[in-house]
Design a protein around this ligand. Sequence first.
Ligand code: ASP
Length: 319
Amino acid sequence: MNRKIVILGTGGTIAGTAASSSDHTGYTAAQVGIAQLVGAVPALAGGPCDLVTEQVAQIDSKDMSFSVWARLAERVSHFLAQPEVQGIVVTHGTDTLEETAWLLHALLVPAKPVVLTCAMRPATALAPDGPQNLLDAVAVAAHPGARGVLAVCAGVIHGAPDVQKVHTYRLDAFSSGDAGPVGYVEEGRLRLMRNWPEAPVHKALAAIKKIVTQQDGSGWPRVDIVMNYAGAGASVVQALVASGVQGLVVAATGNGTLHQDLEAALLQAQAAGVRVVRATRCLEGRVLPRAGDLLADSQGLSPVKARVALMLELMANGS
Ligand code: ASP
């Protein structure tokens, strides 16, 4: 039985095209099919594993939706269960890659590698970065012992818990912050810096999976993100509560501080039954919990990942 690497396409800039090869911003994402992207990298042929491709979606990841997440989670789960599948690669836009990575990691807790990869330049660029990223991602997926959800971009391997897009234009657009990368891919070989990422073990994972993979996305609780800033007040929180939000993540300042007016509104929301979690708007570091805190902290997750975690938790609690 030949080992297989499955490559799932979801769109993004890696599959984007522009009218001019020098245009790196005025392109349309999600135009080229996954089979064609793989075919454009001859070095992928003749590797130790057979390659299987499947187009799961074809979107710009800024438009990521619960229904695409549902389909992707279902397909990743389906292929992970096949004994001959060694690992999975997912091509994805950079904009929401970290959210998808965290969702798949927390939901599927994969014992095999699931490697998200991307590009900052469209496929039609003079020097596109997608082909090398794809080649590197397959090298990670084929690596014996690799596990968990990972992101590979510009030769760097990031773990799902830490990866964050930190640059709007640079090819090396992602960072793992304080944690540092899991490793690097150099000429197809891996140089590992630390262990593969651990996933939180969620109670009621099977129930959550059932809700997530409902194709219409109807079972997802509504969780929104608000931010602390100079002059922040109660009005946004009050409007969200009035509109029926079930959870709120606040991107607090610094180590978790909130404007007193925003904090009062959040405490009121919490008293009314809305789940509130405090993350930080700082790119590095985390909320530092203190005895007597009235609002939960995000346990080191960024605001967008804390939102995904809270949605999963609300699903587990049946709301
Ligand atoms: N907007 C694009 C996307 O997220 C950006 C990218 O892929 O770099 O699909």
